[in-house]
Design a protein around this ligand. Sequence first.
Ligand SMILES: Nc1nc2c(c(=O)[nH]1)N[C@H]1C(S)=C(S)[C@@H](COP(=O)(O)O)O[C@H]1N2
Ligand SMILES: [Mo]
Length: 331
Amino acid sequence: MLIRSSDSGRIHPVPSEITPREVFTGRRDLLRQVAAGAAGLTLASWAARDARAQMPRPGVLAALPATPSGLAGAQVIDKPTSYKDATTYNNFYEFGTDKSDPARLAHTLKTRPWSVEIDGLVKKPGRYGLEDLLKWSAMEERIYRLRCVEGWSMVIPWVGYSLSELIRRVEPQPSARYVEFYTQADRTTMPGLRSSIIDWPYVEGLRMDEAQHPLTLLAFGMYGEVLPNQNGAPLRLVVPWKYGFKSAKSLVRIRFVDKQPVSSWEKSAPQEYGFYSNVNPLVDHPRWSQANERRIGEDGLLAKRRKTLMFNGYEPQVGSLYAGMDLKKFF
Ligand SMILES: Nc1nc2c(c(=O)[nH]1)N[C@H]1C(S)=C(S)[C@@H](COP(=O)(O)O)O[C@H]1N2
Ligand SMILES: [Mo]
């Protein structure tokens, strides 16, 4: 299948694009009031206007204040997944392959001190401390869909900033064409490393333009707080138009390279996982249909599966990155 660029091939925006302006403004006011401790009444009247406001801070971890992002595509209007579901149904194979393993076992992950090694084809390589990275750009709240290749999806309010901000600071060399992401692999705290299902450490990669796309998020928090360990503390990637596994958790190294990286999933099952892994309802995984999905939290008897959207609904923003590419071949 050929994808045409979004400007020539597509005119109708997806619903997530057309969030009215007052929704943003109102939400910002609400956040200010919540911060001032006057949430009660306002929250109730707001809820009538926007389901997203039923999302007070869970009060579990440290607050990570953020401003609602105004970026197109960064305010999905679907109802967010509950904090409980988002933090107890996880894939984080370093802590086991069962969905409940990370919530049960990731408390051993030591997230301070933490630093990220930045190397490869870059003018300002170095080991950057988490406290510095937290200050490199203003924190934004972005509500994104995340779809797993296994056929389930969630809607999560992330906190972070565009990875492009980090990339700009470290100044890649012109020869850098891809970015490689390495995640924490510590045998003393991660029981899943005993299994050889993945060639540890977990590695993922993006093409430079994908990494620099403003929607590609370097996330430090969710639901207004710092990330829970099971969701990839203290910092992770969120690439909303790609299958969940591209969103690497607990990053320790970002490397700029000139050759297409081989991700851990490609290495372990090349016939099942390609480099791009864009959400695409027209290209099935050998074991799972990608045509539809189950929204976590909507699993009652009458719950219908939702149709999976091209590029997970972010086609207007990212379709042009793949103009002219055969996405059956580059899956
Ligand atoms: N380091 C690491 N990152 C990872 C994974 C993993 O096993 N290890 N699983 C991926 C997969 S398959 C998914 S669907 C998402 C899940 O993110 P969530 O638990 O925040 O929903 O994380 C991705 N990032
Ligand atoms: Mo996944």
